[in-house]
Design a protein around this ligand. Structure first.
Ligand SMILES: N[C@@H](CCC(=O)N[C@@H](CS)C(=O)NCC(=O)O)C(=O)O
Length: 204
């Protein structure tokens, strides 16, 4: 089993970093949290953080020689490197393709679709890589018909990614009349690792 004692997590409360805390808790890994106050424009630049996050965005991790940002990349990395809690289907599993799809759904589809909706822009579903907010919701909901989790019976790191988006949208009243997605968000929020990530966020 690889040694996880050295994982350094760069994060900031009330940001996308919460989903990586959720992931680390699901994986039962030890980590040293370091707060980067992204809301302080006068903060002293942290060169070690910037070496892991070229755009200066949280979350980022340093795990030995590995330096990584982008929450989906971090969750993919952690699930494969520390497989004890089985948060990723193996590379020869028939679920692996769907797993990768849903791991990327949040940054590639959900977040651009949400940003477009927040901005009140009219979607161009052919040109947009993310289709539209309504298409994003419809595909997400359809995938959960065989739930309880996005891959079916088994919770995975893909649920951390799309589940964190569902919880965010639930919080901001963006799930409309989708009882399927609301129930999914509720299931995610009941997980002890999710609750711990919220406690850590709220205490910081
Ligand atoms: N696609 C990235 C987005 C990360 C991101 O945008 N982080 C924001 C906080 S939620 C941030 O660090 N903003 C500070 C900045 O850009 O200076 C991911 O999923 O990790």
């Amino acid at each position: 089993m690889p040694d996880s004692n050295n994982i350094k997590l760069y994060w900031c409360p009330q940001t996308r970093a919460q989903r990586v805390i959720w992931m680390l808790e699901e994986a039962a890994l030890d980590y040293d949290p370091v707060v980067i106050d992204i809301r302080d424009p006068d903060r002293t630049p942290d060169t070690e953080f910037l070496s892991a996050s070229p755009m200066g965005k949280v979350p980022a991790i340093i795990d030995g020689d590995v330096k990584l940002s982008e929450s989906a990349a971090i969750c993919l990395y952690l699930a494969d490197k520390y497989p004890a809690n089985k948060l990723a289907p193996s590379t020869d599993s028939s679920l692996r393709g769907q797993y990768l799809y849903w791991m990327l759904y949040t940054p590639a589809v959900v977040e651009p679709a949400m940003a477009e909706k927040f901005a009140g822009r009219e979607p161009n579903t052919v040109q947009n890589g993310w289709g539209s907010f309504d298409l994003m919701i419809a595909a997400f909901e359809a995938a959960l018909k065989n739930g309880p989790w996005i891959l079916g019976d088994t919770f995975s790191a893909a649920d951390v990614m799309v589940g964190s988006s569902a919880c965010f949208m639930q919080q901001f009243g963006m799930l409309g009349d989708s009882e399927v997605l609301k129930a999914y968000a509720d299931r995610c929020m009941k997980r002890p690792a999710y609750k711990k990530s919220i406690t850590i966020n709220d205490a910081a």
